[in-house]
Design a protein around this ligand. Structure first.
Ligand code: PGA
Length: 256
């Protein structure tokens, strides 16, 4: 099955790499200034929570959008330290990463990922559902692992939800390396087909084609073009290389 939407979607997951408000602001201004060099690519920046208001303001009126790295599974109430989706929505956030492997490693379970996914949909924010195996082996057990993550998170979705969420396939073993540690494009292609088929089994083939499937795991300027062309994905969830304006710009320009 071919890749979904032809429009490229690149999300920069800043994690906690960018901490200073002035660095975030300067980054946003650089990207705005160079926007013509990556026109046609949909770009989202996902900073730490406290940087969200600053970033939405700095990007206002541009084609760039803002994402959050997580949200509360609850609609509000007595949940100290949590950030509800309604607040994110009010701040101008349009995407939210859900079930990132670093959150799962910190104890987040499939059920909570599902609740966050559903909560984001309910709030009108596009969830970016992260899935990915910890390791691969020749027997292909990783496909079963991915299938379980998908069916748990996507339980209850309908055809009408197709354009409202994103799947980011991030094999855990490929995260945080350099370009040579990323997944091979041929393996990525095969996995992207598996993911799309799994989604199609739930909401039908036509609807599944409207779900962008991203790849994440050591995407850098040197491997971005090959991964997107040969890997059969709609774009990337970029970690460390998204925290440097020059690297991120090169990635955006190379996938145009
Ligand atoms: P990385 O991170 O690009 O630094 O490998 C990707 C991610 O964790 O989203």
């Amino acid at each position: 099955m071919a890749s979904g939407s032809r429009k490229r979607l690149i999300i920069g997951n800043w994690k906690t790499y960018i901490e200073a408000p002035e660095d975030a602001k300067r980054f946003a201004q650089t990207l705005r200034r160079k926007a013509a060099t990556f026109s046609g690519v949909q770009v989202v920046l996902a900073p730490s929570f406290p940087l969200l208001p600053l970033l939405t303001l700095a990007l206002k009126g541009s084609s760039l959008q803002v994402g959050a790295q997580d949200l509360s599974a609850h609609p509000g109430g007595a949940h100290t330290g949590e950030v509800p989706g309604a607040l994110l929505k009010a701040l101008g956030v349009s995407f939210v990463i859900v079930g990132h492997s670093e959150r799962r490693a910190a104890g987040e379970r499939d059920q909570e990922v599902h609740e966050k996914f559903t909560r984001a949909l309910d709030e009108g924010i596009r969830p970016v559902l992260c899935i990915g195996e910890k390791e691969r082996d020749a027997s292909g057990d990783h496909f079963e692992y991915l299938g379980t993550q998908l069916s748990s998170a996507l339980a209850g979705i309908a055809k009408a939800d197709a354009g409202k969420f994103v799947i980011a396939y991030e094999p855990v073993w490929a995260i945080g390396k350099t370009a040579s540690g990323a997944m091979k494009p041929t393996e990525l292609r095969e996995t992207a087909i598996f993911i799309r088929k799994s989604v199609a089994n739930r909401i039908g083939r036509d609807a599944a084609l409207r779900v962008p499937i991203l790849y994440g795991g050591s995407v850098e300027p040197s491997n971005a073009a090959t991964l997107i062309q040969e890997g059969n994905v709609s774009g990337f969830l970029v970690g460390h290389a998204s925290a440097d304006a020059n690297s991120f710009l090169q990635i955006l320009q190379s996938v145009r």
